[in-house]
Design a protein around this ligand. Structure first.
Ligand SMILES: NC(=O)c1ccc[n+]([C@@H]2O[C@H](COP(=O)([O-])OP(=O)(O)OC[C@H]3O[C@@H](n4cnc5c(N)ncnc54)[C@H](O)[C@@H]3O)[C@@H](O)[C@H]2O)c1
Length: 351
């Protein structure tokens, strides 16, 4: 296949590019090399030989039209990621992620390209799935600043205030984005669904959980927690673990995420017009943020993590995926186990 890979110069995109190129696909990358993701510009980009890099913005219709020539399918990874610095970032997130996706989809409609793989995110769920011993499955309300400041990190049952038991979130769970980035990731899914219906296209969304691995960006307000801990250890400092360190997450290796992209792109060829389907993309193993810090510190023989009790308002307490759909429908099997993957990541280069 000839594949347009937006955001292909980024952390996940470059791993996807490498796997697709190795499988014999022709890959064309369209990437704006955003300064937050690429402080060294083109010099920091690591793409395999044979992959074309077009430096351009998905919000630019002319760049999109050029990039779409002769393309069979689009793999849309380009986005502004992370929690950002403060609310002043909101217009930039909406512009890159929502306007960018709309311009790309309009270009696909013009060019008659009808297959889309979208890099989605588990952030669309907000808090994950919770059960109250008395009231069954309940929605967890956003956590209040006063509770967080007092060290009450677990969201209570909205009916009786009892402690909730976190569970695995499936794709049909209600969506409830809790920050600007999350709302733009959900908007991307809605735009793609509208495109599929209007134009007879097919879209598969991979809702990634916490992705880690080589070429992960260093610690910026836009980076993931694994990169933040990794950078602290590289500087000889103890990882600072927020809340009480018991936040549950699913850490999935970037090579496994790239493999999921390759499978989903192949599956798109057999999808009926109008197909809209989402797949959680997590390792299936629940870990805590404290365990993540401990694994990285142990891997480099660095200082033990420090639990600080600090918090960020937009963070959710627990969210872990049930990725059974991706396994059963697309035959995906994550291959990188947590401890081995973290040891390799601790020693690998960041971007
Ligand atoms: N890293 C994670 O844990 C994670 C989790 C869930 C979802 N995702 C999603 O995966 C995708 C890739 O994320 P990543 O972690 O590799 O981030 P990244 O910042 O490393 O890569 C994103 C790339 O997109 C490019 N880009 C951004 N806006 C653009 C625009 N308007 N036009 C063209 N290029 C643009 C950037 O220059 C960058 O190279 C994103 O869609 C993100 O929302 C990532």
């Amino acid at each position: 296949m000839e594949i347009l890979l937006t955001g292909g110069a980024g952390f996940i995109g470059s791993a996807v590019a490498a796997q697709l190129a190795a499988a014999g696909h022709r890959v064309r990358v369209l990437d704006a090399l955003l300064p937050a993701a690429h402080p060294h510009g083109r010099a920091g980009v690591d793409l395999p030989a044979g992959v074309d890099l077009l430096v351009g913005d998905v919000r630019d219709p002319a760049a999109v039209d050029r990039a779409l020539r002769g393309v069979d399918a689009v793999c849309h990874q380009a986005a502004m990621v992370g929690l950002g610095q403060d609310f002043a970032d909101a217009p930039a997130y909406v512009s890159c992620n929502e306007l960018g996706t709309a311009v790309l989809l309009a270009g696909m409609a013009r060019a008659g390209v009808d297959r889309l793989l979208l890099a989605g995110s588990m952030v669309v769920y907000g808090e994950g799935r919770y059960e109250c011993p008395a009231h069954g499955v309940v929605p967890a309300a956003p956590r209040r600043q006063a509770d967080l400041a007092a060290g009450r990190f677990e969201p209570p049952c909205p009916h009786c205030g009892a402690a909730l038991l976190p569970g695995l979130t499936a794709e049909d769970a209600p969506v409830d984005p809790r920050n600007v980035y999350a709302s733009t990731k959900l908007a991307q899914e809605h735009l793609a669904a509208a495109w599929a219906r209007a134009c007879g296209g097919a879209v598969l969304t991979l809702r990634y959980h916490n992705v880690y691995g080589p070429r992960m960006p260093r610690d910026t307000p836009y980076a993931g927690v694994a990169a933040i801990f990794r950078s602290a250890l590289a500087a000889g400092r103890a990882p600072q673990v927020f809340e009480d360190g018991r936040q549950r997450r699913d850490f999935v290796h970037v090579a496994d995420v790239a493999a999921a992209n390759a499978l989903a792109l192949a599956a798109l060829a057999d999808c009926a017009p109008g197909t809209v389907r989402a797949y959680n993309t997590g390792s299936g193993t629940v870990r805590t943020v404290g365990e993540l810090a401990a694994a990285l510190a142990a891997a480099v023989g660095g200082p033990a993590p420090v639990v600080t009790g600090e918090y960020r308002l937009g963070d959710v307490r627990h969210v872990t995926a049930d990725s059974a759909r991706l396994r059963t429908e697309l035959g995906w099997r994550p291959a990188v186990e947590f401890t081995a993957g973290m040891a390799q990541f601790a020693a690998a280069a960041t971007r």
